[in-house]
Design a protein around this ligand. Structure first.
Ligand code: MLT
Length: 247
């Protein structure tokens, strides 16, 4: 059995994850926002590598059914209907819509995870549900990659802590016979020992949380660190983030 954590998508070659389970985390804020959007009734989310690519993707879709969403430097992209806040994802805004979404780190991480099967979208807000789905996938395939979005090609504390929480939930305790952890998985689990199980404490220590606070997004951090708000496990398949089995 192999459990690997990657603190950023860089260095994760498609062949390393092709056909194998991957759990993707961008706690502040992209995966949190995607889960909130689907919970509010959005039909699907199409991740794009950039604002320009999002515009191109949206042009090929039925205009009435599509909303552009995303951020640059944590601010809504000019001309887009939505930013990257979970609090914007209200049923009256997103129900029945397909969101084409571009964010600095989260959507590129998803695109990097594309060859995985399944690709599970995770955050604190769906912690128990996503951990249970990842555990099942791990038991079936004998492998799991936890992919953190990170921040602009570098380590992000909030994602690494979340990776540690998921690793602990999937393989609790010291170890399991025959389990191989990569170095990042060992380090991520150490963060859980450092911060304990309080999402808010660990996330508040991160640079991303500090910067979001400075930009007036304190409520987003509160929402993103509320564990198990949703009992939903979105997956990324055929370029769409969806809730499987939902019509
Ligand atoms: C991202 O995807 O880069 C983040 O979620 C950035 C943010 O919204 O602050």
């Amino acid at each position: 059995m192999k459990l690997a954590v990657h603190f950023t998508p860089h260095g994760v070659a498609p062949t390393m994850i092709a056909g194998r389970p991957v759990l993707v985390i961008d706690l502040l804020r992209a995966t949190t926002t995607m889960i909130a959007a689907l919970a509010a009734g959005a039909r699907a989310i199409l991740p794009a590598a950039s604002g320009e690519e999002a515009l191109k993707l949206a042009q090929n879709l039925e205009r009435d059914d599509v909303l552009l969403a995303g951020e640059r430097r944590s601010e809504r992209i000019p001309g887009f209907a939505l930013g990257n806040s979970p609090l914007e994802m209200r049923p009256d805004v997103v129900a029945g819509k397909t969101l084409v979404m571009a964010t600095t780190n989260g959507t590129p991480a998803l695109l990097a995870a594309e060859p995985g099967r399944p690709v599970i979208i995770a955050a604190a807000v769906n912690f128990k549900a996503a951990a249970a789905a990842a555990w099942r996938a791990f038991e079936e395939s004998g492998e799991l990659t936890i992919l953190c979005a990170g921040r602009e090609r570098t380590f992000a504390l909030e994602d690494a802590y979340a990776a540690g929480r998921f690793a602990e939930a999937i393989v609790p305790g010291k170890s399991r016979r025959g389990l191989e952890l990569n170095d990042a998985a060992i380090a991520a689990r150490e963060l859980v020992r450092r911060y304990g199980t309080k999402w808010k404490v660990a996330v508040a220590a991160s640079t991303a949380a500090r910067e979001l606070k400075e930009r007036g997004c304190r409520a987003d951090i509160a929402a993103a660190t509320e564990p198990d708000t949703y009992d939903l496990v979105p997956i990324y398949v055929d370029r769409h983030v969806i809730i499987p089995g939902r019509g």
